[in-house]
Design a protein around this ligand. Structure first.
Ligand code: KIV
Ligand code: ZN
Length: 498
């Protein structure tokens, strides 16, 4: 008989901590519903004390989602736990995730404390959270670098205090797979009462070992994994949900099952990437654009003879469907609505009408409309209420001539115009923009990405602009990459706090 592994998704908490990837509450609800359809067991919906936005998102996700457990993060601080319990009031199944740093460096430098006091604080936090909810998870932050003997004492104490799940985070992504696996084994063998709780992995990818460490943890007894879609997360990210799900599905000798409907993996990956404006690297395992693309002659020949020669996963098993290009200028609202629903996005009638208008404009310019194109359109109305908008943009450029741009902006209903020349069309357009909006801002990062393959493709532009000591992230999408670049710059300016 197979064992059951619980999937704890933290895309909306650890994943959302990535600068520039913040979602609004409506977008978080879309992601939460997609995670529910994907089959995750637990959705970590936020850190309620950290901001009113996080508090509100936990409330709204709790109302929107039916069967997964909704989890809220806290420190080992009573006020955090009070606020988390309040935010979880509408959740049908709720969990408080509380914890404290347990490595010597956390104890000494972060808490100016000692080992005994940390155990007391951990136990007190679990007991306090138990006053509100039955299901309490404890995290031993930096467990990866915590000495195993002491970690076992912490784990034993919090289980005795009522923790139902104990999370063993490799917070810095430092552990080797053999070391992390041995840590879980040590806890399974040395903690009295370990079977009264579930041990959970939570691995970061700083050295590229998050997935390997997670699997090592599972093979040694962990029965919950903390993961994110596309492996997003601070720094190098967290363990990718899709990788764990497909490793367990492909390796039949590991008799451990999850509740993941793997055919929803690809649409969920696209949704998260699109809403968070976070491109997926083309060679990313399972969900990257090239993950199933065989380009060498030897591979193509082998795959044509028998796909199993070079393909260990059927792309259909992760929801990649070759027939996904089904929308054209003649498609109606119902077809568009249906495609959104396959992608896990439910739109109100009003929003659908708006997106449909934009869709028709795009379909006039572009022959094939891909899923990514319509996901960009669905996320696009974040710019419609912005203070600064483009009225027009005209650029001339070519080989052997200087690029010149003329730009018209509408700023809170007033019209402004400027002309500039530059080193290439984007430079000229941005110089014109800076003539109208004269501030000390500088471009720090600029990436252009084509969504699919054609020359009529939509280009996505991500920018990072520094202003007044702060970094701002902006995004633009257009079949004209110069317009997309100006949109992205304006998106940054619209976010300036002063
Ligand atoms: O990486 C980490 O240690 C965490 C904890 C807060 C669970 O994200
Ligand atoms: Zn983390």
């Amino acid at each position: 008989m197979s064992d059951r592994l619980f999937i704890f998704d933290t895309t909306l908490r650890d994943g959302e901590q990535v600068p520039g990837c913040q979602l609004n509450t409506v977008e978080k609800i879309q992601v939460a519903k997609a995670l529910e359809a994907l089959g995750v067991d637990v959705i970590e919906a936020g850190f309620p004390i950290s901001s009113p936005g996080d508090f509100n998102s936990v409330i709204e996700i709790s109302k929107a989602v039916t069967w997964p457990t909704i989890c809220a993060l806290t420190r080992s601080v009573q006020k955090d736990i009070d606020v988390a319990a309040d935010a979880l009031q509408y959740a049908k199944h709720k969990r408080i995730h509380t914890g404290i740093g347990t490595s010597d460096s956390h104890i000494k430098y972060k808490f100016n404390s000692n080992r005994e006091e940390i155990i007391e604080r951990a136990v007190a936090a679990v007991k306090y959270a138990k006053r509100y909810v039955e299901d309490v998870e404890f995290y031993a932050e930096d467990a990866g670098r915590t000495d195993n003997e002491y970690l076992a004492r912490v784990v034993e104490a919090v289980i005795k205090a009522g923790a139902t799940v104990v999370n063993i985070p490799d917070t810095t992504g430092y552990c080797l797979p053999s070391e992390y696996g041995a840590k879980i084994k040590y806890l399974m063998e040395n903690v009295k009462g370990v079977h009264n709780a579930i041990l959970s992995t939570h691995c970061h990818n700083d050295l590229g070992m998050a997935t390997a460490n997670t699997i090592a943890g599972v093979l040694n007894g962990a029965r919950q994994v903390e993961v994110t879609i596309n492996g997003i997360g601070e720094r190098a990210g967290n363990t990718a949900l899709e990788e764990i799900a497909m490793i367990l599905k492909s390796h039949h000798e590991i008799k451990i099952d999850t509740n993941i409907n793997t055919q929803k993996i690809y649409p969920t990956s696209r949704l998260v990437s699109s809403l968070m404006n976070m491109p997926v690297q083309p060679n990313k395992a399972i969900v990257g654009r090239n993950a199933f693309a065989h380009s060498s002659g030897i591979h193509q020949d082998g795959v044509l003879k028998n796909v199993q020669t070079y393909e260990i996963i059927d792309p259909k098993d992760v929801g990649i469907d070759d027939n996904s290009i089904v929308l054209t200028a003649r498609s109606g609202r119902a077809a568009l609505k249906n495609r959104f629903s396959v992608l896990g996005v439910e739109l109100s009638q009003e929003k659908l009408d708006k997106v449909y208008e934009e869709f028709l404009k795009l379909a006039d310019r572009k022959k094939d409309i891909h899923d990514d194109d319509i996901l960009v359109l669905a996320g696009a109305d974040r710019t419609t209420n912005q203070r600064i908008k483009i009225d027009y943009l005209q650029v001339t450029s070519g080989v052997g001539v200087q690029s010149v741009a003329s730009l018209g902006l509408n700023i809170s209903g007033e019209k402004f115009e400027a002309c500039a020349s530059g080193n290439g069309p984007v430079d000229a357009a941005i110089k014109a923009l800076k003539k109208i909006i004269d501030r000390h801002m500088s471009l720090k990062e600029f990436t252009i990405q084509a969504i699919s393959k054609g020359s009529d493709d939509v280009g996505k532009v991500h920018m990072q602009v520094e202003y007044d000591g702060q970094m701002y992230y902006g995004f633009g999408a257009n079949t004209d990459i110069i317009a997309a670049s100006v949109e992205a710059y304006i998106d940054c300016i619209n976010k300036f706090r002063s």
